[in-house]
Design a protein around this ligand. Sequence first.
Ligand SMILES: Cc1ncc(COP(=O)(O)O)c(C=O)c1O
Length: 401
Amino acid sequence: MTRNNGISDFDQIISRQTTGSVKWDALGKIFGSEDLLPLWVADMDFPSPEAVIAKLNQRASHPIYGYNTQEASLYQSIIDWVKRRHGWEIEKDWILVAPGVVPSIVLSILALSEPGDGVIIQPPVYPPFFASIKDNDRQVIENPLINKGGHYEIDFEDLEKKLSNPSNKLFLLCSPHNPVGRVWTKEELKKIYELCQKYEVDVLSDEIHNDLVFQGHRHTVFASLGTPVCKQSVTFMAASKTFNVAGLNFAFMIVPCKRRRGLIQGWMNRLHLNRNNLFGVLATETAYQEGEQWLDSLLSYLEKNADFLVEFVQTRLPHIKVTKPEGTYLAWLDFRAYFTDAKELEDFLVHTAKVGLNPGKNFGSQGEGFARINLGTQRSVLLEALERIEKALRTKSSTND
Ligand SMILES: Cc1ncc(COP(=O)(O)O)c(C=O)c1O
């Protein structure tokens, strides 16, 4: 499973079928078809770092799995990681641990806004952003990203309009952005910072993909930009995407403002969310302490996958458009030259190409005609998926002739 130094051999295929994997074992339920190559939900087909696997095995070999504590060492591992990898100095008291980023977003929405308030998001964006707002009786306020030839940018004029409306109380930022793969620059984040400060809108910054950034780009923690905005923000992070431990349900919020932290903690108490998964805690701590070298190798592999995708699309799928992501292991394929109808594209991918990708329409109306592909897989799997699409497009072109 590993080459040397505990680093995974990312080319090696390890079957995930019959492991209860949502990506591989729920295809019939999700896509209505079992015989698909799945490159959809955001987890990776790679083993976690060896140190994490060893730690979990060691703990699993003790036969009692009762309630667990969170030791100071967990908090220290988070503090050290955030400082080392992201240059932000945080305090232990600012950290609230939770069973996931999405539940943490919901808790923050409940704590920091009232029913009927507006929450601004930037579609196309991660689908649960819409649901976490709507399901809690808040209003989704869209500040759509501008697609400039595949490079997505923020529409600041529109953002200011939305922020200046006093009924819009929160801005839910996706940084780096899923699905368009932007790693927002410091300048872009500063502009957001200034506007949110001006209109006193709190920022919920989902930075779950913060560690997954390619050469030439740098993730800036939004809250690290300055004290006022740091106080006006909640940052969401986890080891789940970075180290492929999403099934262990563990994440954390960083909330520097005591009043806001108290409000979120109040909701956690009300919902009795004060327990955490024993294995999630151990995996996070171990990954942050010992996973850095593994992560650097992973990033190099993922970036080669991104380059491979772009090269394949440009040479063999010329009417499909893709821009190399700056971060995340997700890429956004533009099929609009072939399909404008979302249902037709979905049918084509599932029934003709036989690949399981995320339909773009799930990311907002701006995603119609697009699909999201997950690059967190072996290059041979990626190649197979792209060849299936290539072959299916040939069939489509010939039937259209
Ligand atoms: C932007 C973003 N936030 C949150 C999540 C999920 O977080 P969790 O599983 O911790 O709820 C994902 C998973 O794909 C994501 O892309």
